[in-house]
Design a protein around this ligand. Structure first.
Ligand code: SF4
Length: 306
């Protein structure tokens, strides 16, 4: 039998490969030692980041999280492996108990997720993120869920029970052609917008809490001229739009940067990238003038809860 490509990728942490693939991704399980990680950098306003998975099947070409892969081969193959943290719910409950012992009157602020998508395809099978919502809801955290996946709709029954929830739906472009170039494995733009519509329509105001909704255009990708106005109009569904330019490329490890794969795709869109700053500013101005009821925010400030 052929040996799985990454079996035994790390000798330090006991890891096992589930003997199946999910799509074309190798799937590993691991028992996590901890789930909540101190939040730093552009999400330092939160107490913790929470990543149910390591790795991400969406494998977006520009994803900065690839630098945190276990080894260089897996970094190169970003999107083709995923590790799920088998004991996540149990560990999270222990960590939240510990937090409340120290901070009895202060619910934690949690950002889920910073280096994976909590609703990537594997979630439809394992329901790991769902199990974490089930744990968290009784602890009354301030919670931000960052995703680009319509699978989130499955969990409306839990989402509506969080009093302080913001959903950040990532939609970096309004052009399907562009999306297919930069993030070919991700859900369609329409599916993401439909998911937000469904969440807003399904929550009964009298029996549940409506989440705050951000659309994160991070990084802003090119918009084909004929798609742009319709895209901007659809963004009115959110209370906040966050825009951000690409991370700079950096070949050093453990530095958030845009992957080489994206740099190559950018060449196809030279009509946009040759004047990137100007196109960014123009797009931002169109958001501001076209969406008077929506907050347009940039960078770190946009990722806050309030
Ligand atoms: S969905 Fe997010 S975490 Fe996953 S590859 Fe894309 S940018 Fe990275």
């Amino acid at each position: 039998m052929a040996q799985p490509k990454y079996e035994g990728y790390c000798e330090c942490i006991p890891t096992k490969l589930v003997r199946e693939k999910f799509g074309d991704a190798n799937v590993y399980t691991q028992n996590a030692k901890s789930l909540l990680t101190k939040a730093t950098g552009f999400i330092a306003a939160y107490d913790f980041t929470l990543n149910p998975y390591r790795g991400c099947q969406y494998g977006c070409s520009y994803c900065y999280a690839a630098v945190f892969s276990p080894n260089s081969q897996m970094r190169q193959d970003w999107g083709k492996w995923v590790i799920y943290k088998e004991n996540a719910a149990e560990i999270l409950a222990k960590e939240l108990d510990k937090w409340y012992k120290k901070n009895p009157h202060q619910p934690p602020r949690i950002y889920m997720s910073s280096v994976t998508d909590p609703y990537q395809p594997l979630e439809s099978k394992h329901q790991l993120t769902r199990s974490l919502l089930e744990v968290m809801v009784d602890y009354r955290p301030t919670l931000v869920i960052q995703t680009r996946s319509p699978i989130i709709v499955r969990d409306i029954d839990y989402l509506q029970r969080f009093q302080r929830l913001r959903i950040n739906m990532s939609i970096p472009t309004g052009s399907e052609l562009v999306r297919k170039d930069f993030e070919p494995r991700s859900p369609s733009i329409k599916a993401r917008l439909n998911a937000i519509t469904k969440i807003k329509q399904s929550i009964d105001y009298f029996n549940g809490f409506l989440p705050k909704i951000s659309i994160t255009i991070t990084p802003l990708l090119p918009n084909i001229a004929t798609d742009e106005a319709a895209f901007i109009a659809k963004l009115a569904i959110a209370d906040r739009i966050v825009i951000q330019a690409f991370h700079a490329s950096n070949s050093r490890s453990l530095i958030a940067s845009t992957r080489q794969e994206a740099e190559e795709i950018k060449q196809k869109y030279s009509w946009w990238y040759e004047d990137e700053k100007l196109n960014y500013m123009r797009f931002k101005e169109k958001l501001v003038s076209g969406l008077p009821g929506v907050k347009i925010m940039e960078g770190k400030e946009g990722f806050g809860y309030e």
